[in-house]
Ligand binder design. Sequence first.
Ligand SMILES: [Cu+2]
Length: 225
Amino acid sequence: MPKRIAIAGLLFAIAIGLVVFTAMEYLRSSPTTVNFASNHKPGQAVDLTIQTVGTIGFGTHPAWVSYLTRTPGPHPKWVHTTLWDVPAHTRVNVTDMQYDTGSPLRNQFFGMVTGTIGGDMTLNGHTTSLLNSNAGNGVGHTFTIMNLGINVPLYGVPSNAKNQCGTAPCTPNYVHNVIKFSFMTPGPGQYPWQCNIPCGAGFLYGTGGPMQSIGYMVGFLKVVA
Ligand SMILES: [Cu+2]
């Protein structure tokens, strides 16, 4: 009898161990936060450089669409994350290197630039406040912070271009568009941001997979005081 209890106890301990291990693995695998706040001087704008890619090419979901973030400072590197610490009431200058192809929007509303400083963006150097996604290459992704009324459509690259980027991080010798815009951060808080194009290919209505995964098409703007 004591032997059985001992075995049952051992099995129970192993089960608990597995649960803890799995939880730790999950926590460890969640994307890191890029810190734009701690070295920030008051009044200075924050430069946020990101890229959007058609396939991330590595990790647990190599085929998924994704955003990547470039770290600030003298030795920048591309990180697979969509989590940012940013200072409050500060101008953020965003540059998106857009390497993905596009398509017509299901909801034309998201072809409009809203909530940015000046209500516009530049697309490869040209200022505009609206993209007609039924023309040209369509829209690949959007950068949208619903709570702040911010939406920026990201123009697609030509699908017949020969130099498509295969594996992220992409370098500028691959076909891409450069989209720039600025916005002001609000007071401290967590503001979810996302892509509003159902770009989760292979998932129901295109809204699953990368569309609901932090590090891919969803993230948080963590505004700190
Ligand atoms: Cu997207």
